[in-house]
Design a protein around this ligand. Sequence first.
Ligand SMILES: [Mg+2]
Length: 216
Amino acid sequence: VNDYSIIFYDLDETLYPASSGVWEAIAVRINAYMRDRLALSEAEIPEIRHGLYLEYGTTMRGLEALYGIDSQDYLQYVHDIPLHELITPDQRLRQLIASYPQRRIILTNADVPHAQRVLRVLDLEGCFEQIIDVVAVSPYCKPQPEAFLRALEIAGEPDPSRCILIDDKPKNLASARQLGFYTILVGQNGDNPDSYHRSVQTISELASVLDPLLAR
Ligand SMILES: [Mg+2]
């Protein structure tokens, strides 16, 4: 009999398709922030961001470490995008997510206000018992193991093997898998199948993995 207690859902590009343009819109805002607030030259920004992402997990954690930015100001600035023009609700998704008896928690490298806006636009408000954001796991972020351990602590679940993580980033899944989570990739980033247990092309196919897993 399965003993799973919590399903952790990533937010961006997991609950809606990567093709939505949300990430591209956020990326434009991140670049604008680095240009306008930090006076970095436009030409250098892509390379700096890539380096920060590799070293610190997110651009924000890197900018905090190297430039001492105010993370709250940054998060507000970069998430100021027209979400309702980019993503739309799917009623079947709400039913699907709510159909499993496990606790449901959002675990995101964005912040709570952005997560709340996304959930509202997707009509998934009230579907999740809580949102654990990048502020709550500070100074860490996914894929650092400390971020997952902090999330378990916040959720009050000491045993990672009772938890499922659903995420679009293989490196997040690989880190969680190492800790003992059951891991499910959503989307097209599945080049390295060792980093997760199972995968689905879109969140709407989740039942193909969760039904057999949770029926055991
Ligand atoms: Mg994501």
